[in-house]
Design a protein around this ligand. Structure first.
Ligand SMILES: *[C@@H]1O[C@H](CO)[C@@H](O)[C@H](O)[C@H]1NC(C)=O
Ligand SMILES: *[C@@H]1O[C@H](CO)[C@@H](O)[C@H](O)[C@H]1NC(C)=O
Ligand SMILES: *[C@@H]1O[C@H](CO)[C@@H](O)[C@H](O)[C@H]1NC(C)=O
Ligand SMILES: *[C@@H]1O[C@H](CO)[C@@H](O)[C@H](O)[C@H]1NC(C)=O
Ligand SMILES: *[C@@H]1O[C@H](CO)[C@@H](O)[C@H](O)[C@H]1NC(C)=O
Length: 467
């Protein structure tokens, strides 16, 4: 997805998957967390700063720049995002919001010696990646929207077109699969030279969609024919640890179809993660795969800028996004959830923080992400919960802490008692976001190994239990 200013390039109806019944009320609830019942391992939460959105951060005055970076990535004072999605450029220039290519000119065919160039900036994303790294981020998902135009059937990075040489697509210029794989490896090496290890690599964005901006069409079968080249190319460059992600479809439905095609082509074992956006259909149930699943892009693209946690249940409200994230993890087995943009200019909810000149405005969507990103750190294992009709999930973190995230979308406060099975913890803290608080400390009501506390109405509370 890419939106220019406030203009929506595509008309996409946001999905209201699993929005809970707000009329559900209760006076008290008992929740049991069973640490012996294990589900998926979590990779984290984040967003992109692609299409030169990163330059908005680069161009802020020093003080505001550090403030927004802390809001986005700092796990002590901000959202504590743990994944940055980086756009791999395909543009021959940097005009408008184009992401410039590391090989803007055709070197003379797929077998010619490559002519890569590196400007050390990558549309502002190198700066943001380094600042994210300084705040603890270790998961960097580099994702190409398109190959450079000269590698494609339509000889253009825009308006769809296929990579020359994938199943059923031949070009007079030759087969560019290997050259594109080399290009992606070189991109990873450029980031390595900047001190950033790319951990995940994707080569498609919404491959069922031919927008007027950078994009590349592909079926799952065609993606598989490229993965068979990309995987050994990464290995030959000693980059087998970089996981291949596929396919960032527009929605869960199409990603399911593409995943079946990847399985039929026997490339599933070469992948790290099945990735999908949530625009045309949402993460209501798991994709049929043995691999991890990430929801890699979703946003309220068109709604007018909304900073509230709750007002009338509108598409941009923070509480609504807390629900989206909860259901993607619990119902669809997601190990990661990414918003579209972290920070950007403009008047819509397509970002978490909006910038105008040197001032910025923070939405409660950012604090919805904070409740999850600070509670479920990378490597956390989701564990079982039962009881209560809140949206509850729990995570056993690598540092031994147990986070119990309780989202009360109801209009009444509710007493809650949280007990654990298989976990002994003498200490607990609690953190709340609602209309007036942003991940604010509150008493956890911890006594005798049980949380005994009131969860406010329309609020999300993270109880963090320490062993
Ligand atoms: C994160 O925020 C805390 C609290 O404001 C601050 O002390 C710390 O320096 C920040 N961390 C980084 C890496 O900027
Ligand atoms: C990047 O990965 C290499 C190889 O695994 C490792 O030696 C290096 O320390 C990593 N660098 C950073 C900045 O994490
Ligand atoms: C990969 O690593 C091996 C063993 O460390 C080394 O011999 C080889 O030169 C490396 N290859 C590349 C392309 O870096
Ligand atoms: C959930 O994802 C994990 C991989 O992260 C997989 O092993 C497991 O089978 C999936 N569970 C379901 C119900 O799809
Ligand atoms: C929970 O706290 C309330 C009042 O704060 C108290 O009346 C109740 O007995 C406590 N319940 C448990 C199980 O400790």
């Amino acid at each position: 997805m890419r939106l220019l200013g406030i203009l929506a390039v595509t008309a996409i109806v946001p999905v209201i998957a699993g929005w809970p019944d707000v009329s559900r009320r209760q006076a008290s609830a008992t929740i049991t967390v069973d640490v012996t019942k294990k589900f998926q391992t979590m990779d984290g939460f984040g967003f992109a700063e692609a299409f030169q959105r990163a330059n908005v951060i680069v161009n802020l005055p020093a003080q505001q720049q550090q403030e927004v970076l802390d809001l986005l990535f700092n796990a002590t004072s901000g959202a504590g995002a743990t994944i940055l999605r980086i756009g791999i450029g395909s543009s021959p220039d940097s005009s408008s919001d184009h992401m410039n290519s590391i090989q803007p000119k055709n070197p003379g065919g797929p077998n010619a010696s490559p002519k890569y160039i590196w400007d050390g900036k990558d549309s502002g994303q190198v700066f943001v990646a380094k600042e994210a790294y300084a705040r603890g981020v270790r998961t960097f998902y580099a994702n190409a929207w398109s190959a450079p135009g000269y590698m494609k059937t339509n000889e253009n990075e825009n308006n769809g077109g296929y990579l020359c040489g994938v199943t059923g697509q031949t070009c007079s210029s030759g087969d560019w699969k290997q050259a594109f794989a080399n290009y992606l490896v070189q991109y990873i090496k450029f980031y390595q030279s900047e001190g950033i290890n790319i951990t995940h690599l994707g080569f498609l964005n919404e491959p069922e969609f031919a927008p007027s901006y950078a994009g590349m069409l592909s079926s799952g079968t065609q993606a598989a024919s490229f993965i068979k080249v990309l995987s050994p190319t990464l290995a030959a460059a000693n980059l087998s640890s970089v996981g291949i992600n596929c396919c960032d479809s527009e929605g869960w439905g199409n990603q399911g179809t593409m995943t079946s095609q990847l399985e039929s082509a026997v490339v599933e074992s070469l992948l790290s993660t099945i990735t999908s956006h949530a625009y045309t259909s949402g993460p209501n149930s798991p994709v049929n795969t043995i691999k991890r699943e990430w929801q890699t892009e979703n946003a309220d693209l068109n709604g007018a800028w909304q900073t509230k946690w709750y007002s009338n249940g509108g598409a941009g409200e923070g509480m609504r996004w807390a629900s989206h994230i909860h259901f993607a993890i619990v119902n669809a087995n997601c190990s990661a959830y990414l918003y579209w943009i972290g920070l950007q200019t403009g008047a819509t909810n397509s970002k978490l923080i909006s910038v105008s000149g040197s001032t910025y405005s923070v939405s409660k969507r950012l604090w919805a992400f904070a409740q999850f990103a600070r509670g479920a750190r990378p490597g956390a294992v989701r564990v079982g919960t039962s009881g209560g009709s809140f949206s509850t999930s729990a995570y056993l973190n690598a540092d031994g802490t147990l986070s119990v995230l309780v989202l009360n979308t109801g209009s009444s406060a509710s007493a809650v008692s949280i007990g654990t099975k298989g976990f002994n913890g003498p200490k607990a803290t609690a953190w709340v976001t609602d209309n007036t608080r942003d991940y604010a400390a509150m008493s956890a009501g911890w006594k005798g190994g049980v949380v005994n506390r009131t969860v406010p109405s329309r609020a999300m509370v993270s109880f963090i239990l320490s062993p």
